[in-house]
Design a binder for this molecule. Sequence first.
Ligand code: ATP
Length: 265
Amino acid sequence: MNRPAQQEEPKTTRTDIKMTAENLDFYYGDFKALHGVSMNFKSCEVTALIGPSGCGKSTFLRCLNRMNDLIPISRVEGAITLDGEDIYAPDVDVVMLRRKVGMVFQKPNPFPKSIFDNVAYGLWVNGVKDKAFVQERVEESLKQAAIWDEVKDRLQATALGLSGGQQQRLCIARALAVKPEVVLMDEPASALDPIATQKIEELIHQLKETYTIIIVTHNMQQAARVSDVTAFFYMGKLIEVGETDTIFTRPKKKQTEDYITGRFG
Ligand SMILES: Nc1ncnc2c1ncn2[C@@H]1O[C@H](COP(=O)(O)OP(=O)(O)OP(=O)(O)O)[C@@H](O)[C@H]1O
């Protein structure tokens, strides 16, 4: 296979529905962690998932690219679609799905390899052999992740020598290199200082021009700053979802209001 990741840029507009969850239940063994979650994610929007610790935000996020498949006792009921196709259908290629729906984790997790290799890795795994193409894509991804200027003179240096904030932007570049359509972010700035956090937030703002972004955050100011839509979870249930401004100023449900005003959580 050559240049599989060189497909056309996804042509999307903000009104397209990119992903949906329909009546999603999720179990860890006997424990039901998600109860009938239904919501849509629109293209080129940022959706923030908020709620108190243990309410199921990360579980739900991981369902969106089948990361939970790696947990043997887990079970999903209901449906999740990407561009109208069921991602849990038996014939789905999970590697391809995770290329389309990429993920950035809470703790920056670069490989103990060079900066270049970290970003090129996903391309090699996808069978890309064309060196010039890989070079181009690495540069493009590092630029998109707003870290190119800081690393362009040391691409062969180990990624582990970067600061935490730089490592996280490198991990974002790694996720972007395979041209995902959706980027899932699980508290991507929680391990970072305020300046690095601000850079990640600015980056999210730029990335939504091209990508559909779904972010879990504990930080409500961050949710208010970066997202178009906010979904509030409590005890495994989606309590309320809507435009971020509305959720933060005129929530419909008392539980949402109690949470955003700091009465619990
Ligand atoms: N691998 C697992 N095995 C069993 N139970 C789990 C597992 N991962 C999460 N859970 C449970 O599922 C529920 C939801 O957890 P989840 O991590 O999705 O919540 P969260 O809202 O993301 O929490 P936090 O904000 O603290 O990260 C919790 O009760 C948690 O203990």
